[in-house]
Design a protein around this ligand. Structure first.
Ligand code: 1CP
Length: 333
């Protein structure tokens, strides 16, 4: 059994597998080299040779237990034929939505648009470096994708004032997302992904009254779908106020926690396997601090099924030596 399955399915508390959100990417010099020669990020994700190579880069360096495919949650709107671009020093920029065109898109055309992503997963899962390990497929949650698709840029600065104005449009997009997210998940699993993670990076933007409509109902539908495919599903509802309620309603197989969560409190609140938590900024300090903070999580979750990870993606300015030190600290625990 693979390490993540042992924790998630068998509830094994004796091992602490480790992988790192955004492990394939910006902090690695070998990634930057490839990136420099490939200024178009979407094209890079659609280059199955390079995207599989980038996916495997961190596994060549560190004793990680899983590979996460080098792609992006915004490949989904790209697959739906919404224009998606990544601008340097700005982030993603999306085009207008043509809802009647989008409603007509069929499953074959969508799969064709993202075909290289699936081929890359196939290559990664067949590679010796992932033998006995996990290959993680992922999607953005419907709410987080809706945010990018309607806002047309990161909501980091602000969410459009009239974001919720067009109810009819929002509900149509949510239904389209649900259909194609299921297909995107199935295609990833058919090509070798053996864990699925659902990133709801902007879950924290919603008020409590809006959670059922935008988060609980559409995410539950996805989680139930992944369960029918017999692959474990991890949810990451970043900065949601009530992880306990989320887990009780959405029922993921495991939950990934952000760095604002008190690990001791969550241990009391939640019965399912837990992942993550460590503040990525700790990797910018020194080895002593890093060890102390990592051990804190390992000790708190000593008798609970726990997958080591960060509370958000690794920062671009992180020194790879610190990542190596973290992986070794967890492995030697
Ligand atoms: O310029 C560059 O080199 C591109 C930077 C980059 C990278 C390396 C982006 C742009 N995406 C990625 C890869 C990526 N994105 C992965 C690959 C696998 C890995 O190593 O983990 C994954 C899983 C993602 C997921 C993703 N993309 C999320 C969810 C996780 C999270 O961080 O909250 C989100 C919100 C995105 C959107 C995105 N992609 C990239 C940018 C700059 C953004 C916008 C972030 C924002 O709105 O602030």
């Amino acid at each position: 059994m693979t390490p993540l399955h042992q924790v998630i399915i068998n509830k094994d508390t004796k091992i602490n597998p480790i992988w790192i959100m955004r492990q394939a990417g910006r902090y690695l010099p070998e990634f930057r080299e490839i990136r420099k020669l490939n200024p178009d990020f979407i094209n890079l994700c659609l280059n199955e040779n390079l995207s599989s190579e980038i996916t495997l880069q961190p596994l060549k360096r560190f004793n990680l237990d899983a590979a996460i495919i080098f792609s992006d949650i915004l490949m989904l709107p790209y697959g739906l034929n919404q224009k998606v671009e990544f601008k340097k020093n700005f982030g993603p920029m999306l085009g207008n939505i043509n809802i009647s065109e989008m409603s007509k898109l069929d499953e074959i055309d969508f799969t064709k648009n993202l075909y290289p992503v699936y081929k890359a997963i196939n290559k990664v899962s067949a590679n010796n470096l992932t033998k006995g390990k996990n290959t993680i497929g992922f999607v953005g949650a419907p709410w987080t994708l809706l945010v990018y698709m309607i806002n047309q840029q990161s909501p980091k600065k602000n969410l459009k004032e009239n974001f919720f104005k067009d109810d009819f449009l929002i509900n149509r997009i949510l239904l389209i997302l649900e259909k194609f997210l299921k297909l995107h998940i199935k295609n990833q699993i058919n090509n070798g992904a053996n864990v699925i993670q659902i990133f709801d990076s902007w879950a924290g933007l919603l008020e409590e009254k809006d959670l059922p409509n935008y988060i609980y109902t559409p995410t539950l539908s996805l989680v139930n779908y992944v369960k029918t495919l017999n692959v474990p599903v991890i949810c990451f509802p970043r900065e949601i106020k009530n992880y306990k309620e989320y887990c009780e309603i959405v029922k993921p197989d495991a939950v990934s926690i952000d760095y604002n969560i008190d690990p001791k409190k969550i241990l009391n609140d939640i019965r399912i396997p837990i992942q993550g938590g460590l503040d990525p900024k700790i990797l910018l300090t020194d080895k002593e601090t890093l060890k102390k903070e990592a051990l804190k999580y390992l000790e708190i979750f000593n008798d609970h099924p726990y997958i080591f990870n960060l509370g958000h993606g690794v920062l671009p300015e992180t020194n790879p030596d610190m990542v190596e030190y973290l992986v070794d600290t967890v492995k030697n625990y």
